[in-house]
Write a protein that binds this ligand. Structure first.
Ligand code: HEC
Ligand code: HEC
Length: 221
């Protein structure tokens, strides 16, 4: 079980983590700085022994991440996403985006830069295998409206079950406030996070459409 810390202390914790990680692994990360993470992920996924070692390494990293993303990647904080059950290539892509500044979050940017390639692959492999804890439906009428909207647009990429695919995010069971925040960022062209496909597919959404879709998506298994 991870040791709990208040989020206010997280900045201190991350600087400790960063310096620990940097001093312990400086040689290792220099040696692997140019590793192609996507190719490395494929290799690990295709080799049971490497997979097991990588999963173990990932579960160690995840004990730290649990302070915000929850045990096994099931977040209990409404603004912080679940990582449980997330698709590996999507997670890696988000790490690239935090690392090169396309996606902005001060804490995550610093943290991701401090992880070495083995830790990144390990954490992706670990989270993909965790089960998402299902949240019961709160407002049936709103959920039904959201289901209808989802069935017209979102299913085309995220799938009927909301689990996406290799490159596209799983959204089923995601934290509602995080979904709400994220959809509005895409729609409003925020510099915090942009994506051409998601901009095109949220442009027509009213706040009420977003509220309905969020109610549905967060209740999906
Ligand atoms: C202090 C809290 C905190 C800690 C600790 C933390 N994160 Fe995050 N993480 C966040 C927040 C907040 C976001 C959402 C940023 C946004 O609004 O886009 C996030 C987003 C992410 C995302 C993007 C998820 C998605 O669905 O797109 C990934 C991947 C991620 N974190 C990985 C990690 C990993 C790996 C660790 C541990 C090494 C970690 N995080 C530790 C706060 C944290
Ligand atoms: C044409 C394909 C496509 C369609 C249609 C689409 N999406 Fe997406 N979606 C994507 C892609 C690609 C990403 C990853 C973008 C990125 O890297 O930021 C994404 C990301 C997301 C995310 C962020 C996931 C996370 O963990 O942070 C959410 C939430 C989301 N989509 C919800 C929706 C909803 C709701 C709809 C319907 C209104 C929808 N999408 C329609 C392709 C699509």
């Amino acid at each position: 079980m991870a040791k709990r810390i208040p989020v206010a202390l997280a900045a201190v914790v991350v600087s400790v983590f960063v310096s620990f990680s940097a001093s312990a692994q400086v040689a290792k990360s220099h040696a692997t700085a140019n590793v192609d993470l996507d190719a490395r992920l494929k290799e690990v996924e295709g080799n049971p022994r490497q997979f097991e070692a990588s999963y173990k390494a990932g579960s160690k990293v995840a004990a730290f991440c649990a302070n915000c993303h929850g045990d096994g990647g099931n977040s209990v904080k409404p603004d912080i996403p679940n990582l449980a059950g997330q698709n590996p290539s999507y997670l890696l892509e988000q790490m690239h985006q935090f690392a090169d500044g396309r996606r902005r979050n001060d804490f995550m940017e610093r943290l991701i830069r401090a992880l070495n390639p083995d830790e990144k692959i390990g954490m992706v492999v670990f989270y993909a295998k965790q089960e998402v804890i299902h949240k019961p439906v709160a407002d049936t009428a709103l959920v039904n409206k959201g289901r209808e909207y989802y069935g017209k647009i979102c299913f085309r990429c995220h799938g009927d079950d909301g689990r996406g695919n290799e490159k596209i995010a799983r959204i089923a069971g995601q934290q509602p406030n995080y979904l709400n925040l994220t959809l509005k960022r895409y729609r409003d062209g925020s510099s915090i996070r942009q994506d051409a496909l998601m901009a095109a597919n949220t442009r027509q959404m009213s706040d009420a459409d977003i509220a309905a879709v969020v109610a549905y998506v967060s209740s999906m298994k």
